[in-house]
Design a protein around this ligand. Structure first.
Ligand code: HEC
Length: 393
């Protein structure tokens, strides 16, 4: 496909994906807050079967929300469901995965020196990765372990660690961090599709038939919903971090993803407890301090590239830049599949490198650039260019 059109298509899908994700996560955060903030209603409402009430002001008015302990006496004419926010986020995300990573699997998906060399094999691995991850999760959430909160937490951490280590083994670093996010988000969408919505349908059917609602289903839906609550922030971390070569290009990226996700889970826990009326600022402080500590530790081992012993001639820098950057980062890239300078960055001369020294250094140290090392840059050339970006102010 025409690379320029492909870029436009990516823009459209990214736009739709972010909009739908905001609708999904926004509604999810709102309902978590709502549910945990409910207060005991007055006697009149209790008598009508309400278990909780909440008053809020937003926009132009004051809202009164009530939650039934079990069910209203009769179903209302209009009942709002929340599922298409989740489904459309997953669908646009999958379309983006195909357009961005599968249609240019050779540069975007394949890991250099990885176990899978062929682009089509890597695409198959990507699909298998998502399906297998989901299957493992489904087995876990239906297993007897579901009754034990500690086992749930440990299980999810092991799942995340396994998913992260596998992704960074199989796919290019940028694709890897996205696959971790995509797997967690697929699990979340499946929780809506396979657990939460069926349970809600059973509840509505039971109310209409005048029979007691199926308790087992509701318990399972509650568990899946709690998992979604805690997975939200790790997913956002992975999705946003594909703009951060510092993280996904790090030699220990898979471990950093797990560690930083746990700080995000702690932060989520703080807010859950706060909505319930138990504010424990220490949890949030620990979460922030842990994030900073991990970031500090990570910054100590940025790169596996060894610095050259002597300064390198500017003519040699020019030749490295021309061969390894200029093929893509030029007004008219000569690299097939590129129609414009990627990211809008021009790197044709040593001065261009100087102008973006910090950004260039990160992208080189993390081995994110040259993309897919398509130009076959050697470690010595990499080290020379890093040194150049270091000595220039
Ligand atoms: C095969 C093509 C290709 C080559 C060769 C290449 N790049 Fe890139 N570069 C890209 C693409 C594509 C992007 C945008 C990626 C993205 O959206 O994250 C990019 C983005 C960047 C960015 C911005 C990263 C960011 O975080 O926003 C920097 C800096 C960069 N390249 C530096 C370099 C340097 C320095 C070289 C030479 C050593 C180089 N690139 C070689 C394709 C290339």
């Amino acid at each position: 496909m025409d690379p320029v059109f492909l870029d436009w298509l990516t823009l459209l899908l990214r736009f739709l994906h972010v909009i739908t994700a905001i609708a999904w996560i926004g509604a999810s955060l709102y309902f978590i807050w709502l549910d945990l903030s409910l207060q005991t209603p007055d006697a009149d409402k209790l008598e009508r079967g309400l278990g909780g009430e909440l008053w809020a002001i937003h926009g132009g008015g004051i809202y009164e929300v009530g939650k039934y302990k079990l069910a209203p006496p009769a179903m209302p004419a209009t009942l709002h469901w929340f599922k298409w926010e989740a489904y459309s986020t997953w669908l646009t995300g999958t379309a983006l995965l195909i357009v961005y990573f599968y249609l240019r699997a050779d540069v975007a998906l394949v890991k250099i020196d990885g176990p899978l060399v062929s682009p089509s094999l890597t695409i198959v691995a990507s699909i298998a990765y998502l399906l297998a991850g989901l299957a493992i999760y489904e087995a876990f959430v239906r297993s007897p372990l579901r009754a034990n909160a500690t086992a749930q937490l440990l299980g999810l951490v092991v799942l995340l660690a396994g998913a992260s280590a596998t992704a960074f083994e199989l796919f290019s670093a940028r694709a890897a961090i996205l696959h971790v996010g995509a797997l967690l988000a697929t699990i979340m969408a499946a929780n809506v599709f396979l657990g939460i919505i069926p349970s809600q349908k059973a509840l509505v059917a039971a109310i209409e038939a005048g029979t007691p609602p199926p308790a087992e289903r509701a318990i399972n839906a509650k568990l899946r919903s709690t998992h979604n609550n805690y997975l939200t922030l790790p997913v956002l971390l992975c999705m946003l971090s594909n703009h951060t070569p510092l993280l996904f290009g790090h030699p220990h990226a898979w471990l950093l993803v797990v560690a930083l996700s746990l700080t995000a889970v702690l932060a989520r826990h703080f807010f859950n407890a706060k909505h319930r009326g138990k504010t424990q600022p220490l949890i949030l402080v620990i979460s922030a301090l842990l994030f900073i500590a991990i970031a500090w530790a990570a910054s100590q081992t940025n790169s596996t590239v060894v610095a050259p012993s002597a300064p390198v001639e500017i003519s040699e820098i020019q030749s490295i830049v021309t061969t390894h950057c200029g093929v893509c980062h030029a007004e008219q890239p000569s690299q097939p599949g590129f129609a414009a300078p990627p990211g809008g960055y021009l790197f044709r001369t040593p001065a261009d490198i100087t102008a973006q020294a910090a950004l260039v250094k990160t992208s080189l140290e993390s081995r994110y650039m040259p993309l897919g090392n398509l130009t076959g840059m050697t470690d010595a050339e990499r080290a020379a260019l890093i040194q150049w970006s270091d000595i220039t102010p």
